[in-house]
Design a protein around this ligand. Structure first.
Ligand code: ADE
Length: 307
């Protein structure tokens, strides 16, 4: 059986034979659990031969097949192997045994953005600006490949030891056709997480790269306010607020932060700052909120004091 449970592939491709032999469970010493999802468990593991650490995502084949999640697992593997950018979790290897699939990922030891916001209450401007810029830089890469994450939220944004973001969870990502502008919507049956879901997905079941820009607007708001822009006692009411674009800023909110959030939380995807029709990433990165950000030095800069 192939790792994804469908297609059969040679265990080891001839081109990679001697240097990168398929790894096996026995090659690792497994440590504590780092995270648990509905379909997987992520465990810290040390490769015995090299001493290198990985976050190994383990999926039960039986469960994946029973729950009809084979396409999701295939998609996650395919998308992760296309990504080559420091702000995404990296996929180093995959292997399987009779019961389980294993994805060897980079370790993001410093927790989730969601936890960090909870711990600090909210981010100061410097911290929110810095991490908004890292997310923008990551999305620029993702969207240049015509991939939409579709479930971007602080739970899926992890931190590594250097306190740089590591975006994860590509099981629900969507690859748009290569010739697609990325701005034109595609139908989708997947609905992400209530608080971050875009109005076009709720209204017309449509998705485009700008749907991730809506989520970005929600995340910048959440970093600065400490709460979601769209929150209600239940999902239905949350969706009503999203469809009406009904949210409020606290008093004395920073003017530039307010402006960038307003320009991202546009009901019409084509009107969102950063979409191709609104100047693309150049326009988004040039917004006054990002004044002082050195885009090519994001990776080498020290994290903000507040962290
Ligand atoms: N939880 C889920 N994925 C993880 C990763 N790559 N590193 C650390 N914890 C995780």
């Amino acid at each position: 059986m192939a790792e994804n449970g469908v297609k059969s592939e040679p265990e080891q491709s001839p081109a990679r034979s001697s240097q990168s032999k398929k790894k096996r469970r026995e090659d690792f010493r497994f440590g504590p659990t780092l995270g648990e999802g509905s379909y997987s468990t992520v465990v810290l593991a040390c490769e015995i031969a090299t001493g290198k650490e990985f976050a190994i995502k383990i999926l039960q084949k039986r469960h994946i097949i029973k729950e009809k999640k084979v396409p999701q697992v295939e998609r996650e593997k395919k998308v992760l192997s296309r990504l080559d950018h420091p702000f995404f979790v990296q996929l180093y290897f995959t292997f399987q045994d009779t019961e389980q699939l294993y994805f060897g990922l980079s370790v993001a030891r410093k927790g989730e953005l969601r936890e960090k916001i909870k711990q600090l209450g909210k981010f100061d401007l410097e911290c929110a600006r810095f991490y908004s810029a890292q997310i923008v830089s990551a999305l620029e890469h993702l969207h240049s490949l015509n991939i939409v994450h579709r479930d971007l939220k602080p739970e899926n944004i992890l931190f590594n030891d250097k306190l740089q973001i590591q975006i994860t969870d590509f099981g629900t990502a969507k690859e748009l056709p290569q010739d697609d502008s990325g701005d034109s919507p595609r139908t989708s049956s997947f609905v992400g997480t209530a608080q971050y879901v875009s109005p076009e997905l709720l209204k017309d079941k449509e998705i485009c790269t700008a749907s991730d820009l809506w989520a970005l607007g929600c995340i910048i708001y959440q970093m600065l306010v400490g709460n979601y822009p769209f929150k209600a006692p239940n999902e239905y009411l949350t969706f009503q607020q999203i469809l009406a674009c009904k949210y409020e800023f606290p008093e004395e909110f920073d003017r530039e932060a307010k402006d960038i959030i307003e320009q991202l939380l546009q009901l019409e995807p084509l009107e969102r700052l950063g979409s191709k029709t609104r100047g693309g990433y150049q326009a988004l990165k040039s917004h006054k909120f990002f004044t002082g950000i050195e885009w090519d030095k994001l990776l080498t800069q020290d994290p903000p004091k507040q962290m």
